[in-house]
Design a binder for this molecule. Structure first.
Ligand code: HEC
Length: 139
């Protein structure tokens, strides 16, 4: 049900270009992201991951401001991208997950931009699924 709801919501928002699989997203998040990220509610409930703090808590990241958490020290480049008012749309999230530094360079129009996330998702579809999964956790 959650999966259908998240898919419907994204279609309403007009951001859906690919089919989204929340279950696959959950599996891939666990496999590829939890070494560095947790998903924890403001109340302290851990919804995914094992409390890794190398990267920021990704609770509510879909639609949130870039580099918007005050409990994480972001790189200068990601902070600068946040200062432009950019939010984590599905499109931004998918591009960033596939190549964080390339996304930062394009956003900031600066070839020297460099963030601290040392990871790249191989397939766009996987990033789309992870995005749908993270969105489903907030409902
Ligand atoms: C090796 C550690 C590592 C892995 C693995 C990793 N990340 Fe990150 N991630 C980071 C770090 C560190 C940052 C902060 C980057 C910066 O400040 O430039 C970050 C930042 C982010 C942000 C920006 C959050 C914000 O508050 O603006 C998103 C979105 C994100 N990661 C998604 C993912 C996803 C999705 C995965 C799994 C596919 C993943 N990351 C895997 C380390 C990691």
């Amino acid at each position: 049900m959650k999966s259908l709801f998240a898919t419907g919501l994204l279609m309403v928002l007009g951001t859906s270009v690919m089919a989204q699989d929340v279950t696959a997203g959950a599996r891939e998040f666990e496999r590829q992201c939890t070494a560095c990220h947790v998903v924890q509610t403001p109340g302290g409930d851990t919804l995914a991951g094992r409390n890794a703090r190398t990267g920021p808590n990704l609770y509510g990241i879909a639609g949130a401001p870039v580099a918007g958490r005050d409990d994480f020290r972001y790189s200068d480049s990601l902070s600068a991208a946040g200062e432009t008012g950019q939010v984590w749309t599905q499109e931004a999230f998918v591009a960033y997950a596939q190549d964080p530094n390339a996304w930062l360079r394009a956003q900031l129009n600066d070839r020297r931009s460099r963030g601290r996330m040392a990871y790249q998702v191989r397939e766009a579809q996987t990033a789309v699924d992870i995005h749908a999964y993270l969105l489903s956790l907030v409902e």
